[in-house]
Write a protein of this length. Structure first.
Length: 183
């Protein structure tokens, strides 16, 4: 993604053609982020539009020394987390688990992963419960710490760890079942 500084400057001045050009240039990258956090394409598209609006509104705060791609990613992830927080009461209730027991069972890497495609794993991530999917994406894909996740989602660090553990367990079961059915 190659975003020219003059395009950003035009967007700051609210030039509609420049805004549309920026939208076209960033669409696939931002949509891929939204799809990881959403249950379907319609929800992802809605989130993308909300996030892009925030990007346009906050372009004046963008600092050129920060890579633009990293900056829009941060804005989009924060938008998705904000939406999650707004709807948390309407969605599933989070069971708080204060204790987390680490297990080395999840660190085994074997040839099973080579038999499963990236899209199959993404599909399985999509089947995880909403809170578990959010924690897994934030931790495993976006690189946030449990402390940061707990602040973003208003849950304890222990609950964040529990959700990550639950996601890993479900994905492990899927991988094991996939490998067994192919043998």
């Amino acid at each position: 993604m190659n975003i020219q500084p003059n395009l950003i400057a035009l967007c700051i001045k609210q030039d509609r053609k420049a805004e549309y050009e920026l939208y076209k240039l960033t669409y696939s990258y931002l949509m891929s982020i939204c799809m990881r956090y959403s249950k379907d394409k319609d929800t992802a598209s809605e989130s993308l539009n909300m996030g892009f609006l925030k990007i346009l509104r906050n372009l004046g705060t963008y600092k050129p020394e920060i890579p633009f791609k990293a900056w829009i990613r941060r804005v989009m992830v924060n938008t998705l987390i904000d939406e999650y927080r707004k709807n948390v009461r309407e969605r599933e209730k989070v069971t708080y688990v204060e204790e987390y027991f680490d297990s080395s069972d999840f660190s085994d890497v074997n040839e099973a992963l080579s038999r499963i495609s990236y899209n199959q794993i993404l599909e399985q991530i999509g089947f995880l419960p909403e809170a578990t999917k959010k924690v897994f994406n934030l931790y495993a894909i976006d690189g946030y710490s449990h402390k940061e996740i707990s602040e973003m989602l208003s849950i304890s660090e222990g609950t964040s760890k529990w959700h990550l553990n639950a996601a890993r367990q479900k994905l492990k079961e899927y991988i094991e079942n996939s490998v067994l059915t192919r043998i």
